[in-house]
Design a protein around this ligand. Structure first.
Ligand code: GTP
Length: 234
């Protein structure tokens, strides 16, 4: 089957890597995600990945801390996740490169856009660690930025919740699910799909986001094949 997209950016939340444990890394979950990514790469799709760090640390968890320092800790958490993903992807036979927004050359390549694009052209998966490298920006914003920079056609936002709703479906059983939504409505209604910086960046650069649940890792492949899972923000 022919994939709908040639180049995509996959955003995985940290929690997605924690699996049912809710904290840290769950090997079975990561391995299942990697197997699906392998199938997508084999279909010829060029994939880069941004991972969050919430399975270890969130900048806003350290409420009493200096925010910049707390965000730096979050960036380091994304590096742990990036290396775990790299290991799992290489175990299923996908050449993978990790690039970090903050230089840590002994551990990973520094982020260089041209090199990242070259890796993608060669069929390597590129994982971007450290978010944008700046405090006060989320890894969603990093996903938006890297998607724009690398000319990705869409952002696949794989989350714990399976779509965008008008209120929290875990709290409100009558929450309304959106199939499609404009960025401007996400911003006006303050919907918690991603933060406003990330939404604005995607809106200004015409990059749609497909929000879907990662309860079944096969969803990544389904979306690439054109199945309209979850919510499309455009
Ligand atoms: P091409 O030049 O396209 O063939 O890419 P390549 O990544 O295979 O070549 P390169 O020689 O740049 O890298 C070889 C290996 O070294 C890869 O695993 C890279 O991820 C790794 N590497 C390259 N630069 C750095 C760096 O600054 N730090 C670390 N830790 N690894 C690096």
């Amino acid at each position: 089957m022919k994939p709908k997209y040639k180049r995509v950016l996959l955003k995985l939340s940290g929690e997605a890597l924690a699996g049912p444990k809710g904290f840290g890394l769950d090997t079975d979950t990561i391995s299942a995600i990697s197997k699906t990514i392998k199938e997508c790469v084999d279909m010829g799709v060029e994939i880069s990945i941004v991972v969050g760090g919430g399975n270890f640390w969130r900048g806003r968890t350290g409420e009493s801390m200096d925010r910049t320092r707390a965000d730096h800790m979050g960036m380091l958490a994304t590096v742990i996740n990036s290396l775990a993903m790299q290991d799992a992807l290489e175990n299923v036979g996908i050449p993978t490169r990790v690039q970090t927004a903050i230089e840590m050359k002994q551990i990973a390549e520094p982020y260089i856009r041209g090199k990242a694009e070259r890796h993608l052209e060669k069929g390597r998966v590129v994982i971007f660690g450290c978010g944008t490298g700046n405090p006060f920006f989320s890894t969603d914003t990093a996903a938006a930025l890297r998607a724009v920079e690398t000319g990705s056609e869409v952002i696949l936002l794989a989350k714990k919740v399976d779509a965008v709703y008008d209120s929290d479906p875990n709290i409100n059983p009558n929450a309304k699910k959106y199939d499609k939504l404009k960025f401007i409505d996400v911003l006006n209604q303050g919907l918690g799909v991603m933060d406003s910086t990330a939404s604005t960046l995607c809106m200004d650069n015409n990059i749609p986001i497909r929000v879907f649940g990662l309860d079944n890792p096969d969803n990544i492949k389904k979306v690439l094949l054109g199945e309209e899972l979850g919510t499309l923000v455009y």
